[in-house]
Design a protein around this ligand. Sequence first.
Ligand code: FES
Length: 461
Amino acid sequence: MDKSDMVEITFYDEEKTHLRANQKGSTILETALHNNYPLYHLCGGNAKCTTCRVFVSDGLDLLSNRNEREQALADRKGWPKEIRLACQTEVFGNIGVRRIIRDNKDLKTVTSESKSSRTGEECFAVILFLDIKGFTAFTEANLPYDVVFVLNRFFHEMSEPILNNGGEIDKFIGDGILAFFQIPFRERLKQSSKEEMETSKKETMKSAIRSCLRMFDQLKKFNQEMKDRFNFTFDIRLGMHAGNVIYGDIGHSEFKSQTVLGDVVNVASRLEALNKKTDTKFLVSDVIYNAIQSSLSIDKKVITKLRGKSESMTAYSVTGFKQNDPILLIQKYFDQLNVESPQWFQNFENELEGIRNQNPRTIPNLEKETSEQRNLFDTFERIIEKLGNPVALKNEITRLAKFYQSIAFSNDEITELVPILLRSMKESSPSLWNETIDAYQKQVWTEITIQVIETKINLAI
Ligand code: FES
């Protein structure tokens, strides 16, 4: 072999080991096996198990590009470019690598990863910390059963706005919640320009803020119930920061959960705690405020030195959005309507029943109507709550499309329901209706109706 054709792979493991490749273009795994060097390869080199993965420390540009199978795995798991499958990677020059799986314990960790689990990536996220104010007083005054019951109810009520606005729950900590919001997966996959990325980050921040503002609405309803049942009300404190975090599945091989780590998380937690001192409820960092200040209303600016930080930072107490947020506005309108005129939906259902009775129809032999589908009000309510999360909204749209399909409603009849729905709301409580509500309601229900009809057509194919 010509010397210039010689390829050497150095494994930086417990000891440094130099392995000579059989030929240029051999894979890392072929070279390891050729030299009897231990490298796990449970699937026999078929890009299925990922146990042969290595970290390339030198010579990345001397490797073949990821093939389709390796690329699909890398995208799914969020691998950085340095992590390569030894069985798929051909080597064309001298490189240095580290094995990732060296013993049976490492193997157990890796083989416990689910197909969709993320194995560690750095990504942008908005981090939210929530804590209940004064929960200890409630625990001291009530039975353990009631404490657990109320805490679970509270977590449910507060988690809904997070999930309904595209956020994810990292964990429940005592009486608090750690949640995060990422740029939607589809957008992350796109090759976006810097400007497009910045816009996506701002949108993610606004979704996170919306979820918090909706939490305060939910808290009011929750407190009403708690006052009646336990003569107790709760308050919450929120802290929010944004930036790059480490994200991955972390824990014991049998108890893993998706977790966010890093300084951004610590800052969000400290901002939440700072609310106590500053007598505020919802503090966001300067990073968030500077990015979307034209959208935010604030009532306080706090210059502070957070624990563990040498430099001071400015935090802002957020009270709402400056301009109307159509989603929040519609959600608040529904809250009020359901309190002031709960009969409005009955009026709508009566008209729907009228249309149903006008035309004798053959009910198609479809999948049986579930009680959930029959409970139209719940479906409408969920649609309203999920307006900020297109993925979750799609499920509700499908549910509604299935319902109309099950009662053999034509597309024209579904379209007819939009003005009837709006009229039922407006006539039930005219004082709540105004031009802005009218415009937003029309826009939202027209869009939903189009999606319902499209879904119904697809279901029929
Ligand atoms: S040996 Fe299984 S993926 Fe490489």
